[in-house]
Design a protein around this ligand. Structure first.
Ligand code: MG
Length: 259
C-alpha cells in the first residue's frame, strides 16, 4: 500500500470521464472499483443534473459497477436536498424531468414562472428563449437563484463534448445581470460534506478521484482532502499540489494501488 493511501477510509469517484464516457465504461473501471471495495468505503458523485440519482445508480450497475443507491450523489438529488434543507420552495425549474422528479420527491412545489418565487437551474436539453425569459422574470422578483453546477461542457464520447448546465446558467445570469446565490455541484463542497457526514469520515480520510482539475480536484482541495487526477480525459490546466496524485489512466491507478 502506497503511503498516499494511509489513513484513507473513503474513496469518492467522479463518473463522467473518470469511470465512464457517455454510455461506455472506461477500461479498468470495474476492476478498480471492485479492488477498492472491502478496503475502503466507495461512493460515486457526479455534476450530472439531468438524471436522478436512481437513474445514475441503474447506469452504474448496468455497466458492471455494483453499488447501492445510497452511494450515488448527483447534483440533481443534492440540489433537491439543499433546497429542502434551506427551506427554498415555490420553484421555477429550468431542468430535465430528472431534476423535477428529485425536487418533487423532496416535497417541494414546482410552479409556473408567474407564481414561482425562486429559480433552480440544471442541465436542460430543451432550454429555449421562452424558458430564458421565464427565468429572467422569476429573478426579477429577487428570490433565490440556485444552480446545480456551472460546468461549461461535459464529455459525450471520444473527444466529443456537449454544452453543460453552466452554459445555461451563463445565459440566465447575463439576461438578469445576477449571479447565482448558490451552486450545489463541484467545485463546491456541498456533496462532499454530505458524504463525510453520512459515512462519518474526516476530510483527511477522503480521496476524490476525478478527471477535471477545476471541478473534481478543486472540490477536493476546497474540502482539504487528497485527490487522484486521471488524466486521460482531462482537458483543463494542471494545479500543482502535493495532495494530488496524477495517473494517466485507471490501469495505472490499479498498478499504483497494488504497489
Ligand atoms: Mg468528470
Amino acid at each position: 500500500m502506497h503511503e498516499f493511501f494511509s489513513n484513507i477510509k473513503l474513496i469518492a469517484f467522479d463518473l463522467d470521464g473518470t469511470l465512464y464516457v457517455g454510455e461506455k465504461i472506461i477500461p479498468g473501471a470495474v476492476e478498480l472499483v471492485s479492488y477498492l471495495r472491502g478496503r475502503y468505503q466507495v461512493v460515486f458523485f457526479t455534476n450530472n443534473s439531468s438524471k436522478t440519482a436512481s437513474q445514475i445508480h441503474d447506469k452504474l450497475n448496468g455497466l458492471g459497477i455494483e453499488c447501492t443507491l445510497e452511494e450515488v450523489y448527483a447534483s440533481s438529488s443534492a440540489t433537491a436536498v439543499y433546497l429542502r434543507e434551506f427551506g427554498i420552495d415555490n420553484l421555477y425549474v429550468v431542468g430535465s424531468p430528472g431534476l423535477n422528479c428529485e425536487i418533487k420527491s423532496n416535497g417541494l412545489n414546482i410552479l409556473d414562472a408567474d407564481s414561482a418565487e425562486n429559480l433552480v437551474v440544471g442541465l436542460d436539453p430543451d432550454f429555449s428563449y421562452k424558458k430564458l425569459a421565464n427565468a429572467l422574470n422569476v429573478l426579477l422578483k429577487d428570490g433565490k437563484y440556485i444552480v446545480c453546477n456551472e460546468d461549461g461542457s461535459f464529455p459525450s464520447g471520444e473527444k466529443k463534448y456537449l454544452p453543460g448546465c453552466g452554459a445555461i446558467v451563463s445565459a440566465i445570469s447575463a439576461a438578469a445581470n445576477k449571479k447565482p446565490d448558490f451552486m450545489v455541484g463541484k467545485p463546491n463542497t456541498y456533496m462532499l460534506a454530505k458524504i463525510s457526514e453520512k459515512y462519518d469520515v474526516d476530510n483527511s480520510e477522503i480521496i476524490v478521484v476525478g478527471d477535471s482539475y477545476k471541478s473534481d480536484i478543486l472540490m477536493a482541495l476546497n474540502f482539504s482532502c487528497k485527490a487522484v487526477l486521471v488524466s486521460d480525459y482531462c482537458n483543463d490546466s494542471p494545479i500543482n499540489d502535493d495532495r494530488i496524485l496524477v495517473v494517466e489512466n485507471l490501469q495505472e491507478f490499479i498498478h499504483f494501488m497494488r504497489g
